[in-house]
Design a protein. Structure first.
Ligand code: ADP
Ligand code: MG
Length: 332
């Protein structure tokens, strides 16, 4: 038997910190956030459904809690915003124990602390079916600094942070019952939203367009290109791959498509004027985070994945169709 709804909300309220921007947090009918003059409030929601976006056989509840926060905050990072607050709505399965609820909340609070975000509200109810998690994040950004998907122009460079495909590779291993290395587990279960990078790009006016990679470079790049009405040429040999990914690739070359279509990278994909190259390289060193220039924006709407040979590459996405049905798909 689990603690009642009010008891649980009270417990959550006592744990929630209240940052300087929060006028009203948990306890009233609405939360209220103070937005400084000339700043905009940016809001994003994600829904995570057990059996659709995650599978409790493959993830512990603490990791799920952290990840629920991080994947949401990644959307704020993608626009250059500073995360401020989170609303958490949960449908908790009737058979969940107090301890299971606690593990999940511990993860949520660890995520909130990591990004210095206040939990300011939400909703709690019992689910007769699966675990349902919906998080809404809000952040602030100076009105002249918001980076949308729509600002890329022909001749801009295309950049990506971190490495690609690690989370997809981890999922592939999970599906084959192969144990994960600490590195792959971290990349899959504890993705880090690139909040500092997003804000630096915005504040220093370094990027023309940006989004976060949740569905894989191949799909997400096409969203950015459509929004900007441009095309791109991506040089595949420039894609940043981790050593572990490269090791697996030597054994099975078909895994390369995970770097393009694997999803859940939560890295930032952005465009920038070529004049910004030196500044971006300095930023990469300063942040100790790789920033890779992987191609350029073109005026024709097509988008080509170009191999070292100069030939155009076609991902064999169908080879990974099993990602499309079962699985952990927090990326949607
Ligand atoms: P209402 O009936 O007005 O929706 P509730 O009783 O559902 O209010 O919630 C009371 C307060 O607790 C509200 O401020 C609400 O935002 C907050 N709250 C409810 N559930 C959660 C949760 N899971 N996480 C954070 N805050 C919550
Ligand atoms: Mg309510």
């Amino acid at each position: 038997m689990r603690a009642g709804e009010f008891e649980l909300i009270d417990k959550i309220r006592r744990r929630a910190n209240v940052g300087p921007e929060i006028r009203l947090g948990i306890g009233d009918d609405c939360s209220s956030i103070v937005v400084p003059p000339n700043y905009e409030l940016l809001t994003s929601t994600d829904l995570l459904l057990e059996g659709v976006h995650f599978c409790l056989d493959w993830t512990d509840l603490f990791s799920l809690g952290i990840k629920s926060v991080a994947v949401n905050i990644s959307d704020l990072a993608a626009m250059g915003a500073k995360p401020v607050s989170l609303h958490l709505a949960v449908g908790l399965p009737a058979n969940f124990s107090d301890e299971q609820v606690e593990q999940f909340l511990n993860g949520v609070f660890a995520g909130l602390e990591c990004y210095e975000v206040s939990l300011v509200g939400g909703d709690t109810c019992r689910s007769e079916g699966p675990l349902v998690i919906s998080a809404t994040v809000q952040g602030i950004c100076h009105k002249d600094q918001v980076i949308t998907r729509g600002g890329a122009g022909a001749g801009d460079d295309l950049w990506v942070s971190g490495t690609l495909g690690d989370s997809g590779l981890a999922l592939h291993f999970l599906q084959m019952n192969r144990p994960l290395s600490a590195f792959l587990a971290e990349r899959h279960y504890r993705p880090e939203a690139r909040v500092v990078l997003g804000q630096r790009l915005a504040i220093e006016n370094l990027a023309t367009a940006m989004l976060d990679l949740s569905d894989g470079l191949n799909g997400d790049l096409s969203h950015l290109l459509r929004a900007s009405t441009v095309g791109a040429r991506v040089e595949l040999e420039r894609l940043p791959l981790s050593n572990e990914f490269k090791d697996e690739l030597r054994i099975d070359q078909s895994l390369f498509d995970l770097a393009l279509c694997g999803g859940e990278d939560y890295e930032l994909l952005f465009t920038a004027k070529p004049a910004m190259r030196d500044l971006l390289e300095q930023l990469s060193v300063e942040m100790n985070l790789s920033l890779s220039r992987i191609g350029e924006i073109t005026s024709t709407p097509e988008f080509d994945l170009v191999m070292a040979s100069g030939l155009i590459y076609q991902p064999q996405i169908s080879a990974f169709d099993h990602f499309g049905s079962t699985k952990d798909k927090s990326r949607e």
